[in-house]
Each structure stands twice: as C-alpha cells, then as structure tokens.
Design a protein around this ligand. Structure first.
Ligand code: ADP
Ligand code: MG
Ligand code: MG
Length: 888
C-alpha cells in the first residue's frame, strides 16, 4: 500500500509531484533550518485515489492520526484540548501553483469549549473569538458550501451596528456574537450543525481540499495554463501560528526582489494584527514592508536574512508568506516567484553577475514568449477600468487607430496618413491590403490560428481575434460591444498582449528591446534590460546548433530579418510578385489560347520577377535565399467568381451583350473553379501543366544571380519546388530547372548554379523521402500544409467550426497549427529526416511553416536534427533564443 503522508522533515523541493509545490517547499525550508511551524503533507497520490473512487483511501485516516500524534507530542498540546488547544491549518498545494484556485482552512480545532481554553491560555479573549469566527466562516463556506457572501453580509451588518470601519473595531463579545450568528447561518443554509469535533473538522477539511481540485474555477485555470487535469492536489496540515494576537503580531507577503522589473531589493506588504488571507483580501490597508522595519526591527532583520538565504539556496527570485506571532517570525510559504518577462531577463543576468548561476542557466530561465512580449510596444493601462471587449491575444503589442470596416477603407485612410484598426467578423486573403495598411486587426470570430491571427503574427501586427462580445456590422460600418456602439472613424486602442479593446487613444510605452534589434543600439532608457536581453541572445547564439532563417518576400523584410539575426531566407514566396499591376499579365497568361500569347505574358512578367530577385539577393548578399516556385492555384489571381457571374448576368438581363472580356474571364474562372483548392491544381502541379511557367521563374532567378555576380555580389539562390507528392514530379521539374540554368549560364558566361530542393508538406512525400532525396539537394518542411493534410483539417474551415470544442474535450491541448503535433506530424518529420539523410547524407533540412517561430516546435525541430528553422522576421530573435535553449 502506498504511503500517503510525509512529515515536513521528510520531504524536499524535488518532491513537488508527490507533495505539491507548497508542501515540497515547506519541507525544504524546514530542512534548511528556517522557522516553519511543524506539520505534514498528505500526498497528491491520496488525492488522486480519493477523486477516482469518491471515498477516502484505505489507511489514510490511520496515517494522518499517527502524524498528528507526533505533532501533538512535540507541541505538548492536543488538537482541540479544552484548556489549551493545538490548532491547525489545512492548506491545498498542487504541483503547479494555482494561486487562489483552491482552498485553505485556518484554526481547525476550535469549538465552543476550546475557544475558552484558547482565550485563557493566550490571555487574549478577543483573539480567541476572532480565530473561532474565522474557522466557522472558512469551514462553512469551503467545506459546507455556504456562500461566503452571506458571512460577509452578517459581518458588515455588525460593523455598521457598532459604527466601526474595520474588523479591528469589534471586541471579544462582538466576535462571540458573530460566531453564534455564523453557526445559525450554517444551520439554516445546510440543515446541519457546525461540527464541534476537532477530528471531524480535520477529516472533512482534508477531503474538501481534495474536492476543490475539481472546482469549476480550478478547471478553467488549468485549461488556460495547460496544466493536466489528473495531477490532483496535496494537502498540508500545519500547526497554526497567530498573527492576530495584537499589535506585536501580523502577517505579510514579500518578494526577494522586484517581480515587475527584477531590480534587487525587498518588496512586500505587511498587515499587523491580522491572520492569513487578510493581507491579500484587501480587508484593511496593508503597509509596505519597509514599515515593518520601524514596527519590529528585529523581525524585519531576520526576515531579510531568511530571504537572502532563500535566494542563495534557490538561486532565483522567491516569493514568501510569513507571520509574526508576538515578535516571533514564522515562514509559512516560499516558491520561485512568478515574474514579468522584463524581470525574467533582468534577474537572469544579475544572478550571473552575482555568481549564483551560469550563463547557460540564465538562458534556461528566459524564453521566447517573454522575449516576444518585450519586443512589442505596450499600453500604459494603470488605473483604467474594464475594457470594451475581450478577445484572444493573437498577436501581441499595442495599437491605436480609427475603426474601419473594410480593406479598401483601411487602405484609403492609411494612404491619407490616418492610423486605422481593421475591424472584421473574420478576415480572408482579400483583406490583406487592409491588414497591411492597418495598425491592428480586430475580429469577432476565429481562433489564435485564424487567418487574421496567423497573418498578423507573420507581419508583426497587433491582433485580437474572436472577440465574441463584438457584433460587427460591416454594412452600417459600426460595431457594438457591451452596449456601446462604435461608428467608423472612432479611435480605439487594441492590446494584442492582453487581448483587450478600449475606446480612445491610450498612451503607449515603446519597446527598447525592439529598438535594440532594429538598430543594434542599447539606448539609455532600459539599458539594464536591453543589456540583459543582449546577453541572453549572445549566449543562445553561442550554444545553438539550429540555424535560423526568415520567411521574407521583399527586400525590406529581408533587410529587417538580417538585422534581427537571420542567417538567410528559408522561404521566399513568389506569389505576391504576381499581384498588383502585374495581375493583368497573369490574367493574360492564364487566358492565353496560343503558345505565342502565353509567351508574351510570361515575357512581360520575367523582368519584373528578375528585379524582385535582384533586390532580395542584394539584401541577403552572402547568405542563402530559398526561393519557392509559384504555389497557389491560379484562380486566386482571377476576379471573384460570384462577382463576375453577377456582372455578366446583370448585363444580359438588360438585354445587352456582356463585355467579351468578362465573358471570357467567367468561362476561365468556371473552368478553373475547384471545390477544394487546397488539394487542387497548385504547387508543382501548376509547373507541370502550365507550359513555360517554371522556365520563366527559373530564368528570372538565374538572371538575377548572374546580374548580382556581375555586380560583384555573392548571391546564394536556392530553388524550392512546392507540394511534391512523388519523386517523378520533382524529377521532371528539376530537368527543366537545370536546362534553364545551363541556358542562362551559357548566355551570360557566368556560371549559375542553384541547388534544387523540395518542400516536404504532404504525407506521401514524407513517407517516400528516401526516394525524393535522390533528386533533392535540400528539404524544407512546410508544416502548415503537412498539418492540414496529416489531420485532414482545412485550417480555414476547422478553426471557427470546432477547434474550441476539440480543445475543451482535450483532444489536443493546443492547436496543431500553433505548436507542432509531435505524435503525428512530428512522426512524419522524423521519418523523412531519417530516410532522407540515409539516401543523401549531406541533405540540408529545414522548416518554413508557422511552426518555425513557435518555441515548443523549435525544441522539437532541434531534437529531430534539422539544420535550420525559418520564420517571420519578427520571430527570428525568438527562434534564436529558443534554439539556444533547446541546445542546453
Ligand atoms: P494560498 O495557496 O491561497 O496562498 P495558503 O495555504 O498559503 O493559501 O494559505 C493562505 C494564508 O493562510 C497563508 O498565507 C497564511 O497567512 C495563512 N496560513 C496558512 N497556514 C498557516 C499557519 N499554519 N499559521 C498561520 N497562518 C497560516
Ligand atoms: Mg499561500
Ligand atoms: Mg505549403
């Protein structure tokens, strides 16, 4: 039979799984010789057994009573002893801290008799009744299920009757009356008496803490924090010490340094003559910890000493809870404290300077998510009320602009110099120009991997999506949220880090870290923080094995990516080079009836593409640039089918002959219409059926390379073929590519030699990677398509439809479009890496999907042995940092 109870003297910090974080750290402090009231911990295993069967596990009661006897002997008092009772606290404490989510009950062991004994033994009648009323209230609400507001009401009524502002104004007889009123309240609400037996109080309190694991708010919290539901909580049973014994007693919380900035120095709050949760409950005003130095210098000195001891021992920022009983200091809790991203970097750097941790440990203590937060400007929301609406924090940062309701309006106003926020129900590729023009994108539908979210993140643009309280009316050009109507042109503030929308223009605090990446200058303000970030980046770069490239399609993005530390371009999409002015040429290419017509269109596109490549290769001179041949289906470059059909039908209804061009376009659009374009004529399939397309693109690349070489540059273009299923496809396209490369070399007299590789983004390609590798100089995993095709999910369709249900049901903990699905998609990656390398040991392998900039996925790619990840320019520093952490 497992053992369910451990004394504080038996545990330690490495036992958090079994004893919970609070129990493990109480044991650690006990072992360190710090003054911790004695006690014991009931394990999470006991909780799991209880939750699984609904009854108390065999032997638990016996173990608890054995440990209780030890406590009683050491204290020289028994639980509930009438003349001098031992009192206990019963405290929840799970493996991962879930602040305020579960229950704690203080002063167990008091009843109508022992309260008198406590009064006599302590010589403080008021204190005894104050403790008893706390017990009845906590037990009544937590264990017996009475709404705690009802207790508050009784207390408020009494305070009013006595004309006192806070509970300190109530005397012993007031409090005794309160106990009676509380007990009566419990009897009315539950039909049961408050239990007078201390043993029953203890037993029921322990079981109530077990049950609080499954409280609604605890579940919700776990889901949000990705904490598994099956861990259970431990229960700590501890001898009470009393902060409510008078002015020489009190209770407080403290941090060993500032958790907001990381600056050294003790921070905290103290409340004299108070017990337990009074400090955080805001019942009375606390004083800053410094004040304790005046009130009780000796305890203050001791406390500072203990905090130093803890920092040196944990080698990290600690937060603590303490109580002073008649001038004697007790430590009630410690843990490695939560902190802001800023503090995480600052503290890591400082602890290195203090020789407490190594640079490698410092790197382990910061992360990409935190770095992302530091790169975006932020709002100063101090002192502001609730926002207009909440949504998902899809792409962090802060933006202010006039609300606009369609892409064209966004573009128009932005061109006139106005800052705008694009507000849509959801976005689609047609909204792209508006998204580019806007400061932020706000949608009422869609998840964190919806079109709006993915595109905005890629552009480093602020985005809040799925703000369901928002009702967007694009026709009337307004939205309403919580009763407020916002018309087009009204200025709103969008906080992509918090996921909030507010009216008006909030003041911005810009990011020193971003300025540092952009300019390489540390600046004066926030110099400490920027220096700390720079040091973490340096450490990451010195240990990482994964290369980091960027996904960039324009010279501007390429240049930025380079400043951010990209070691090349892993994905240069050529599709945007077919848009805008060039659309006419693309249309002509698609509609061409003869080879000559088509060639003319392609000849028109050639110089334009070539110029694009020249500029990008110049921006990335000396570094590899992987250029992907055209990928999306051609109809994306033609007008919308419905619009066109309506136009033609309307003309005919007037008895006129439709514009012949429209008629011809409609015919082409109909011919090319696909039910499932994602699985249709796209990628390499286009290159195989549209004559001259591959040749034109390759020629543009090759001529750009020749041109750059002639200009003395060092261009390193790589040609990447998308959506390969079968090696035969690659074989045919590669022959064409090589033919054109040879032609251009001959024409220019400059050797143009570009490696030809392929994307691996279909399961069949991954499974036949050994064969494909014989034709490919490199692989790049397109994990967006690979995820879609492995799961059989169309990303644009599933997210709004049922992803939240899947997340709720725990089918996955996080969207597979956000973080790589290791078991399925990851397995395909591993197979392709192994078989590809077996066939061609020098095969270069990278990844260029969204996942390339996702911290958890970066760790997976490191483990899978990839050579590099490629991500949007803004995520490059994040990928560098995480690649370094993965190598630790
Ligand atoms: P939480 O996890 O919500 O912080 P705790 O178990 O830490 O809950 O209990 C809340 C507060 O109750 C503690 O900060 C402390 O002030 C008080 N408390 C808990 N145990 C004791 C004890 N043995 N003696 C005195 N006060 C206690
Ligand atoms: Mg606590
Ligand atoms: Mg793809």
């Amino acid at each position: 039979m497992p053992r369910y109870v451990y004394d504080f003297t038996e545990g330690g910090r490495d036992m958090a799984g079994l004893l919970g974080g609070k129990g493990a750290n109480l044991a650690e402090m006990t072992r360190m010789g710090l003054p911790v009231p004695p006690g014991f911990t009931v394990t999470t295993e006991a909780c799991r057994a209880f939750l699984a069967t609904g009854s108390e596990p065999d032997g638990l009661a016996r173990e608890i009573s054995g440990h209780l006897t030890v406590l009683e002997q050491a204290a020289g008092r028994r639980l509930g002893q009438p003349d001098d009772p031992l009192l206990l606290s019963v405290r929840s404490g799970a493996r991962f801290s879930m602040p305020g989510m579960m229950e704690t009950i203080l002063d167990i062991g008091l009843n109508d008799d022992s309260v008198l004994g406590l009064a006599k033994a302590s010589g403080n009648e008021r204190f005894a009744w104050d403790s008893y009323r706390r017990l009845v209230q906590m037990f009544g609400s937590t264990v017996m299920g009475v709404d705690s507001a009802l207790f508050e009401n009784v207390m408020a009524g009494l305070k009013e009757a006595r004309g006192v502002g806070d509970d300190l104004g109530l005397d012993a007889s007031d409090l005794a009356g309160l106990v009676e009123a509380y007990k009566e309240l419990i009897r009315q609400e539950t039909g049961e008496y408050f239990p007078q037996s201390p043993a029953e109080q203890l037993r029921r309190a322990v079981l109530a803490v077990f049950e609080s694991w499954n409280a609604e708010r605890a579940r919700v919290y776990r889901r949000r924090e990705h904490i598994p539901d099956d861990l259970g909580t431990a229960v700590n049973v501890q001898t009470m010490v009393f902060g409510n014994l008078g002015a020489d007693s009190g209770s407080g919380v403290a941090f060993t340094r500032d958790p907001a900035t990381g600056r050294p120095g003790v921070y905290g709050d103290y409340l004299s003559n108070a017990q337990g949760e009074d400090v955080v409950a805001g019942i009375r005003n606390t004083v800053p910890l410094d004040e304790l130095q005046r009130l009780d210098p000796e305890s203050y000195q001791q406390l500072c000493g203990h905090m130093r001891t803890l920092e040196n021992h944990y080698r990290d920022l600690c937060d603590i809870e303490f109580t002073i009983e008649r001038g004697r200091l007790w430590m009630l809790q410690t843990r490695v404290g939560k902190r802001t991203a800023e503090a995480a970097f600052a503290i890591a750097a400082e602890l290195v300077d203090e020789n407490l941790i190594s640079p490698a440990e410092a790197l382990a203590r910061v992360n990409g998510e935190g770095l992302a937060r530091l790169m975006f400007p932020r709002f100063d929301t101090s002192g502001l009320g609730a926002p207009l609406a909440h949504g998902l924090p899809a792409s962090p940062g802060a933006a202010v602009g006039a609300a606009v309701f369609d892409s064209a309006e966004a573009v128009r106003r932005a061109a006139a110099g106005e800052k705008v926020v694009l507000v849509r129900q959801e976005t689609n590729p047609d909204d792209l120009p508006g998204m580019v023009a806007a400061q932020a994108v706000l949608t009422s539908r869609g998840g964190k991997t919806s079109h709006a979210a993915v595109v905005a993140r890629g552009m480093g643009k602020v985005c809040v999506c799925g703000a369901e309280q928002l009702s967007v009316d694009p026709v009337a050009r307004r939205f309403t949220a919580n009763g407020v109507t916002v018309e087009e042109g009204t200025v709103i503030s969008v906080d992509g880090s918090e996921g909030a929308v507010r009216l008006g223009s909030l003041p911005l605090v810009d990011s020193a870290v971003m300025r540092y990446f952009e300019t390489g200058e540390q600046g004066e303000r926030s110099a400490g923080l920027v220096d700390a970030v720079a040091r973490a980046m340096g450490q990451a770069d010195s240990v990482r094995r994964l290369g980091v490239r960027a996904n960039a399609d324009t010279p501007e993005d390429a240049a930025r990516a380079r400043r951010f530390g990209a070691e090349g371009i892993g994905l240069c999409r050529t599709e945007h080079m077919f848009l805008g002015e060039r659309r006419k040429l693309v249309e002509a290419m698609i509609l061409a009836r003869t080879d000559a017509e088509r060639d003319r269109a392609l000849d028109g596109l050639l110089p334009l593409q070539r110029q694009d490549f020249i500029e990008i290769l110049a921006a990335m001179d000396g570094l590899p640039v992987t250029i992907r041949l055209l990928d999306p289906p051609l109809h994306e470059f033609l007008p919308d089918r419905t619009e066109l059909a309506v136009r033609v039908a309307a003309t005919e209804a007037h008895g006129d002959a439709p514009d012949p061009h429209d008629a011809e376009l409609l015919e082409a659009v109909n011919r090319m219409h696909e039910e499932n374009p994602m699985l249709g004529l796209r990628g390499v399939r286009l290159g195989l059926v549209v004559p001259g397309l591959v040749a034109m693109q390759v020629r543009a690349i090759a001529e750009a390379v020749a041109e750059r070489k002639r200009a003395g540059g060092d261009p390193k273009a790589e040609i990447m073929v998308p959506l390969i299923d079968a090696v035969e496809e690659l074989h045919i396209v590669r022959a064409e590519v090589e033919r054109v490369l040879a032609e251009v070399s001959a024409e220019t007299g400059i050797a143009v030699d570009c490696p030809v590789g392929t994307m691996i983004e279909l399961p069949r390609a991954a499974l036949t990677a050994g064969r494909i590798a014989r034709e490919a100089a490199f692989f790049s995993f397109g994990t967006n398509d690979l995820t879609q095709t492995t799961w059989g999910f169309s990303r644009d369709d599933v997210e709004a439809a049922f992803f939240s249900a899947y997340l709720d049901k725990g089918i996955f903990k996080v969207s597979p479009f956000e973080t790589i699905d290791r078991d399925g998609v990851g397995r395909l990656v591993e197979i392709a890496v192994a078989e590809g390398r077996a066939a061609r040991p020098d095969l270069k392998i990278g990844v260029c999907g969204e996942h390339g900039g996702d911290p958890d996925s970066v760790h997976f790619f490191h483990g899978a042995g990839l050579d590099y990840v490629s991500c949007s320019p803004f995520r490059v520093p994040i990928a560098r940092l995480e690649a370094g952490r993965a190598a630790l």
